[in-house]
Design a binder for this molecule. Structure first.
Ligand code: NAD
Length: 363
């Protein structure tokens, strides 16, 4: 509500004030973004949906799931009508549900394209989880479908909306640590047997697609540059059946136009709490951990013995609430999201190059 001091004085103590407040509340309610959640897995049930409850701009109004019983339980928790539960086969019926403004795609990677394109055709805005797609062609088709439908497409790169990462960007790009020279980053975990993430058809690749993409994206947003000249190596050490279809380890280097060289590792064979270090001629910026749902921590050493120590204040799922509120603002005010489809496409192209440089098929 935009009341200035004079308006407030004029209205204070009057019935007009009560009316104005009521109207503002009604306006806020009418601008609430209705979300359809596509895929009821860990990220949607444990993080994104609770985040919508925490935020002020959105609410869950529909669910898409292959498991009716699970969906009914979630529907009850979020006050969603059971009429707004759809199976994957019924998904296109979301077009007729006017309560739905946007969909959140939280499915295995290779399904992102199909469910984004169908959402756009149904006239809905799309927030799609990373990695955007498992092929360059799919990423381009997603962009095209949303453009044709006149709908927003945002890729859920939550770190690009997270204050500690944003502070790191400011330090790296402002010259606070001198001329950037080198970056090191790693992100990985020890994966369990049986995950769809080990199935090439669903995941599109191994740890690079899932968690290495955080390092790749961070190298780009911290420098503000696009890398070229990629070299890479992949290996599989554990012959226990988990890695029949995707790589276990992948390491790559990238050179940026300024000459910065980034060196990154990703793995499904070891716990590697995602981190990044940017070395400049006059200091260093470290995000360690850098990409978690909470507990991100920035430490920087600057010239003249100055330093920065900035732990993340927010607790999970606030990062998701910030991201959802940002997308709501893009929708309401017709702004292009910072992490739009083109941003996702750039990472898809680079991941394809990384795979090819490691002697594996591209995307
Ligand atoms: P998950 O396995 O917990 O959930 C996947 C959902 O997809 C489940 O509801 C499952 O039932 C459904 N599904 C539909 N068809 C399926 C099929 N053929 N095989 C397997 N599942 C199928 O996965 P998740 O961890 O929630 O990941 C979902 C997406 O979110 C992935 O793209 C992942 O990269 C992304 N993600 C993002 C973050 C982040 O921080 N932004 C974190 C984790 C996952």
């Amino acid at each position: 509500m935009n009341l200035n001091r004079r308006d407030f004085g004029r209205l204070a103590g009057s019935a007009a004030l009560a009316q104005a407040l009521h109207a503002a509340e009604a306006r806020a309610e009418s601008q609430t973004i209705g979300w359809c959640i596509v895929g009821l897995g860990r990220i949607s049930m444990d993080h994104f949906m609770p985040a919508l409850k925490m935020g002020k701009t959105g609410k869950v109004v529909a669910l898409v799931s292959g498991h009716r019983d699970k969906a009914e339980k979630q529907a009850e928790m979020y006050g969603v009508s059971t009429k707004a539960i759809y199976s994957y086969e019924e998904y296109d019926r979301i077009a007729a549900n006017k309560e739905i403004d946007a969909v959140y795609i939280a499915l295995p990677n290779s399904m992102h394209a199909e469910y984004t394109i169908r959402a756009a055709k149904a006239g809905k805005h799309v927030l799609c989880e990373k990695p955007m797609a498992t092929s360059i062609a799919d990423a381009k088709a997603m962009i095209e479908a949303c453009k044709t439908a006149g709908k927003k497409l945002m890729i859920a790169y939550r770190c690009q909306y997270e204050p500690v990462n944003l502070k790191a960007i400011e330090l790296c790009r402002s010259g606070a640590i001198g001329t950037l020279q080198a970056i090191e980053s790693g992100n990985g975990f020890n994966i369990r047997q049986g995950e769809w993430r080990l199935n090439r058809k669903l995941a599109g690749g191994g740890p690079l697609m899932d968690v290495g993409v955080y390092s790749l994206n961070a190298c780009r947003y911290l420098t503000g540059e696009e890398p070229h000249d990629i070299k890479a190596n992949a290996s599989t050490i554990d012959k226990d059946g988990r890695f029949n279809e995707v790589e276990e380890n992948l390491g790559w280097t990238m050179k940026f136009p300024s000459g910065v060289i980034a060196s990154c590792n990703t793995t499904y064979g070891a716990s590697m709490n995602g981190y990044i270090r940017v070395h400049g001629s006059k200091g260093v910026v470290m995000l360690d951990p850098g990409f978690g749902y909470q507990g991100i921590h920035l430490k920087a050493e600057l010239p003249n013995h100055q330093s920065v120590d900035m732990p993340e204040d927010a607790k999970d799922p606030e990062q998701f609430a910030v991201m959802a509120d940002y997308f709501a603002d893009c929708i309401r005010n017709n702004k292009e999201p910072k992490t739009d489809g083109e941003e996702g496409l750039r990472d898809t192209v680079l991941m394809s190059e990384i795979y090819k440089a490691a002697g594996l098929p591209g995307l």
